[in-house]
Design a binder for this molecule. Structure first.
Ligand SMILES: [Zn+2]
Ligand SMILES: [Zn+2]
Length: 322
């Protein structure tokens, strides 16, 4: 089969799945099908690299949960909109964005994502949940795009995006969103020097997914992830000497010290998954993000403490309930 045909078939499959999910979402709203008969929720790893430098092999950090046509995004690394398009996620379904913290690998597209979703036809409200200071960044981002927003309002008859975006600060963690079928809770994690760094837990119709964000080993994260089906956890794949070598800095350099004290090594991530008692550990936010992963070595280390399922995350990987 030619590459063109294979591509066309894949596009058709993505299109079919998008259409099917939208029909189910419409039917749910109309009460034609019950939630029990709806398509299962799906978690899509949109970007699995850590660190702000754009990478060749992995996109910047972002995840999406799609539930009955509604899209919940966690983190907005650069290019998250493009990754959503590749995953076949519907832009008009974007309703909630959860930011783990304000490092640019996680928030470069915080305003760009709702802006582009709006330009792609999203006329619904989008709530941005995250650290309090995010409010200033969102206001500034909207000001930066005022020309485009006002031009499209006049020229294309679109609603005012500034009235469709709201910001909800997550002060200490705890319950962030409760829609019945979808419940989101947060916990503060340890990512010095950033004070407001959060992990998020989604409970969706009996399926639970936790996104760690960036964190050193954190007991708050262990508590949040207790008994979860899926834990997506960041991972540092290098020891201290390797981090210094890879960053081409002396071991005492602030950047080397930041990487070591603010992230979770592959030596620790299995213990965290075991303590939390999760079913599946998904490794993501790989640091370094553009190097081949020695899966055997990492898995051997994790297997010293964790015996559940281990998944090495890849961009556009999809996870669904078993
Ligand atoms: Zn990061
Ligand atoms: Zn960070």
């Amino acid at each position: 089969m030619s590459g063109w045909r294979r591509g066309a078939r894949r596009d058709a499959r993505v299109y079919d799945s998008v259409v099917r999910r939208r029909l189910v979402a419409l039917a749910l709203v109309a009460g034609i099908v019950s939630p029990a008969l709806a398509a299962p929720p799906r978690l899509v790893l949109l970007g699995t690299a850590g660190g702000p430098t754009p990478k060749r092999t992995r996109a910047a950090p972002a995840q999406a949960l799609e539930v009955d046509g509604t899209v919940y995004v966690v983190d907005c690394g650069n290019g998250v909109g493009r990754q959503m398009a590749l995953a076949g996620l519907p832009f008009p379904g974007l309703r909630h964005v959860f930011l783990t913290h304000q490092h640019s690998d996680h928030d470069a597209d915080l305003v760009t994502l709702p802006l582009l979703a709006w330009a792609a036809g999203n006329e619904g409200t989008v709530t941005l949940h995250g650290p309090g200071p995010m409010r200033r960044a969102v206001r500034a981002g909207l000001r930066a795009h005022a020309f485009d927003i006002e031009t499209r309002m006049k020229d294309e008859g679109r609603p005012d995006l500034r009235k469709l975006l709201s910001v909800q600060a997550v002060p200490q963690g705890g319950l962030v969103l409760d829609q019945g079928r979808v419940r989101v809770t947060a916990a503060r994690v340890d990512h010095p020097p950033i004070e407001e760094a959060f992990a998020y837990r989604f409970d969706v119709a009996g399926w639970s997914v936790v996104i760690s964000g960036d964190t050193a080993p954190s007991q708050n994260l262990v508590g949040l992830a207790r008994g979860a089906d899926v834990l997506v956890h960041e991972v540092l794949l290098a020891d201290a000497a390797e981090v210094a070598r890879w960053l081409e800095k002396p071991p005492e350099h602030p950047l080397v010290q930041h990487v070591l004290r603010s992230h979770t090594s592959f030596h620790d991530v299995g213990r965290i998954a075991r303590e939390a008692g999760v079913g599946t550990l998904v490794l993501s936010h790989f640091v370094p993000g553009d190097a081949p992963v020695d899966k055997d070595a990492v898995l051997a280390e994790i297997r010293k403490s964790f015996h559940g399922k281990v998944v090495f995350g890849e961009d556009l990987m999809v996870l669904t309930p078993d």
